[in-house]
Design a binder for this molecule. Structure first.
Ligand code: PMP
Ligand code: GLN
Length: 380
């Protein structure tokens, strides 16, 4: 086995969901909604499964999905892309793998912004990249000019930018996006933008894709996930958006990873992406309401919650909530003593000191959120 993989454990999400199954615990850990996803989108996929070809679709994706992706982002995010800018992948995870394998060469510096999604670092290391880190700090998790300048000093080949940021639930503002774009332009750094949470934004926030910033069209790679857009995380349909010259090497990697993605799901996603803005607004208002239910419940129970500007997640600060334990120890006690699963935010840092912060998923029915709060409160 490659030594990198020999040293890796199971992902924190699988580990904690495994504990939830084993102990019959309430799972507020791994990020997935407890609903079924839009019925008409599922119906479009089901109809396609029964009436259309189930043989290999084209390697870059079905033409109707590539067109739907371009139309969707041009309409909702003001981009000016064509189907030639779009590559369909099997989830955002495959998109990340294809982009990192294609763009990172032996010895290339790759800037990772912590807290970071767990897939980034192993993929960068396996590609031969040399990770550098920029660490954001709670409760505001802001990018500052001084820290961005310092982090870019070595002229990284690639920066991985997750916006909105899982697990911090941060949606970066126009100033921070401009700061990052300027640093990328200055150093010729490619921005690999993991925007899977782009539609799950609260309090009237609008997503600003980095690829839409001045001068970034040929220097940014945008990744999306239908699993997140339509609240069906098991679908694993993702897309990469980039200038055709930058997309080409990523497609080369994709052809030897999965080559393609089930056609019926692609047709379902193409159907869904054409929905009007009201559909996406309603979905985000639903999640915002669930965020408020969990935040208010936890606050009443004496927990100190951090702001959640987007994603399915809300973080709580253990020390400020009156708990002396580290986040991993708290999460283990929560499973065993209270039957509730949360994710320790330390898992999103490389060699972090314990953060003392836990992440909870609120994409659940109110009754489950209330039960989760009651169980967490019983840990005092
Ligand atoms: N990136 C981030 C930041 C995520 O949170 C997730 C999963 N929630 C993914 C990528 C993976 O997305 P997919 O399930 O489409 O592979
Ligand atoms: N992205 C999901 C989360 O943050 C988990 C995905 C996975 O289990 N790999 O909870």
């Amino acid at each position: 086995m490659h030594p990198l993989f020999a040293g890796l454990g199971t992902t924190i999400f699988e580990e904690m969901s495994g504990l939830a199954r084993q102990h019959g615990a309430l799972n507020l850990g791994q990020g997935f909604p407890d609903g079924d996803g839009p019925e008409d989108v599922r119906r479009a996929a089901a109809d396609a499964l029964m009436t259309r070809s189930n043989q290999y679709p084209p390697m870059a994706g079905l033409p109707e999905l590539r067109e739907a992706v371009a139309e969707h982002y041009n309409r909702l995010q003001g981009l000016a892309i064509t189907p030639e800018h779009v590559l369909v992948t099997s989830g955002a995870t495959e998109a990340l793998a294809a982009a990192i394998l294609a763009l990172v060469d032996e010895g290339d510096e790759v800037l990772l912004i912590q807290p970071m999604y767990d897939a980034y670092r192993p993929l960068v290391l396996r590609a031969g990249g040399v990770p550098r880190y920029l660490s954001l700090r709670p409760p505001h998790w802001r990018l500052t000019a001084a820290e961005v300048d310092a982090a870019f000093a070595g002229g990284p080949k690639l920066v991985i930018f997750n916006d909105p940021l899982n697990p911090a639930a941060r949606a970066f503002d126009a100033g921070e996006i401009a700061l990052l774009a300027a640093a990328c332009r200055r150093h010729g750094t490619i921005a690999l933008c993991d925007e899977v949470w782009e539609h799950v934004l609260f309090d009237g926030r609008e997503h600003r894709p980095l690829i839409g910033e001045p001068g970034m069209a040929a220097q940014a790679v945008k990744i999306g996930s239908a699993g997140k857009i339509f609240s069906m995380t098991g679908w694993k349909v993702g897309f990469v958006i980039a200038d055709p010259a930058l997309l080409q090497p990523i497609a080369r990697a994709h052809q030897f990873l999965t080559f393609t993605t089930p056609p019926a799901l692609q047709i379902g996603v193409a159907y869904g992406l054409a929905k009007d803005e009201a559909h996406f607004r309603e979905a985000r208002l639903g999640y915002q309401r669930s965020r408020d239910v969990l935040a208010e419940g936890l606050t009443r129970a004496g927990f100190r919650v951090l702001p959640s500007e987007g994603t399915y997640f809300l973080c709580a600060d253990l020390a400020a909530s009156g708990f002396a334990e580290a986040d991993r120890a708290f999460c283990m006690r929560a499973v065993h003593e209270a039957g509730v699963v949360a994710i320790p935010v330390s898992a999103f840092y490389h060699e972090a000191p314990e953060t003392g912060i836990i992440r909870l998923c609120f994409a659940k029915q109110d009754a489950m959120l209330a039960e989760g709060v009651a169980r967490l409160a019983s840990l005092r």
